[in-house]
Design a protein around this ligand. Sequence first.
Ligand code: ADP
Ligand code: F6P
Length: 319
Amino acid sequence: MKTIGILTSGGDAPGMNSAIRAAVRTALNKGLRVKGIRNGYDGLMQGDIYEMNVSSVADIIHKGGTILGTARSSEFKTPEGQKRGAQILEDYGIEGLIVIGGDGSFKGAKALSELGIRTVAIPGTIDNDMGYTDFTIGFFTAIETVIDAIGKLRDTSSSHGRAVVIEVMGRNCGDLALYSGLAGGAESIIVPEHTFSIDEIIEKMENGKKRGKLHHLITLAEGVGDPYSLARELEEKTGIETKVTILGHVQRGGSPSGVDRLLGTTMGARAVELLYEEKTDIALGYVNGEIIEVSIEDATSKKSEFNEKLYEVANSLSR
Ligand code: ADP
Ligand code: F6P
């Protein structure tokens, strides 16, 4: 192995830069050449590839986003596109590739591995929706962002005696709504993994009001339902004014938390060691405090398990 490539793909996540920095520096320390591929598989298809050196990754450990850029590519989803991608990598002399991204990006990495490119995949997504790993890079920073927003919304909601529905990201996964709702002290948490009862929320709102509670904070995972119709119904049935805040892409940005920097750094360095040992088709994860290695197929086929215990704790604390 003489030359490796690195790309970030899918939605960006804080901590991707920590992984890029660790991978590039570890590779250079081993005497490998490193090529950065801009804008994920889309950049690969266009041959948007450049030589990286120590300075390419200077001063980035604390930066949100990804210095490599990211994108989605429909061409790369096709077998022809993947063949063309593998050929471009070969043309650039890239024998090993590090892919940092979510589930879709991992499937692309698997396809390249089947086409003879050695690949290691690193989980980067704020959604924490990958079942084979306890946590993905970016999740903890996004939690901090949501907690910050919840705190601010609590201030204004209490001042006005209002309720607020806070829509958070997560695609089909309720982890961000659950963890940030629990850590932020939300009274109600709505996730795709559980059917929710509007009557229960109404009861909580009314009981809270009777006890002199001045706010009711609800985290709602995106995709579960329309936050505006939920707020309207709650307001009509309780008489408590209910606002909506959609946090949106603000959750994807920001300086990575300590945990995300550590996850990115350890996984970035490990990915290079594996490629250096000529390994392929490996997904790195974090389970019970250890960095683990599984096949990409195993990583993508394991369904994300919802943390029922945490959900119960959240519900029991907010009665
Ligand atoms: P994420 O990696 O965050 O899940 P996407 O699902 O958007 O994000 O996937 C990112 C990119 O990975 C897609 O634009 C596409 O190029 C590639 N990809 C997604 N699914 C597949 C697949 N089944 N096979 C090959 N490549 C895929
Ligand atoms: O994968 C992360 C994520 O932030 C999801 O939670 C969200 O549904 C999606 O990406 C939105 O991404 P974009 O607006 O970039 O398509």
